[in-house]
Write a new protein. Structure first.
Length: 168
């Protein structure tokens, strides 16, 4: 393959990844349930991260996760979480993308999505505990678990359709 073709493919993949960041941010802002007690919210960002990681791989999953988490917190007025979200959702996308290649089939996909959800829940338990104390970290677990499970369920049912389009 020539350099021009490879450059075109890299540019196409970068453009697709940035479009997925934008789409994930928009969808997450539209479907948003504020949780005042935890100073956070439940949204669909994990679905976008999971779909990207399963379809495009760990690098793109990490990129969409990190940028989406950071941007959503900035737009939502949760600046104290921006850098935590960058790391938590970036690691979530990276790990899901890495494990997706090892655990195939629907059962493997379900396992990988559960692991991604646990990474996110653990990360926010840590950040909530650091910012507001361990009791707030514990209080945030159910809302974060619901968010991750909703993202995993949406991904589980949409991955065949949307993932196929993304992999073209």
């Amino acid at each position: 393959m020539n350099d021009s073709f490879m450059s075109h493919q890299k540019l196409r993949r970068l453009t697709l990844t940035m479009m997925l960041v934008a789409v994930t941010v928009v969808i997450s802002r539209i479907f948003l349930i504020p949780i005042p007690l935890t100073r956070g919210n439940v949204n669909l960002c994990d679905a976008g991260i999971f779909l990207t990681a399963l379809s495009l791989g760990p690098r793109e999953g990490a990129t969409v996760g990190a940028l989406t988490g950071f941007i959503l917190d900035l737009l939502s007025g949760y600046a104290q979480y921006m850098f935590f979200s960058l790391a938590i959702h970036g690691i979530e996308g990276l790990v899901v993308g890495l494990l997706a290649a090892k655990f195939l089939g629907k059962a493997g996909q379900a396992l990988v999505l559960c692991i991604g959800t646990l990474i996110m829940v653990s990360g926010y338990f840590g950040s909530d505990s650091l910012l507001y104390g361990i009791s707030m970290g514990l209080i945030g677990i159910p809302a974060n678990l619901i968010q991750g499970m909703v993202g995993a369920i949406v991904t589980f049912f949409l991955n065949d359709k949307i993932g196929g389009l993304l992999r073209r």
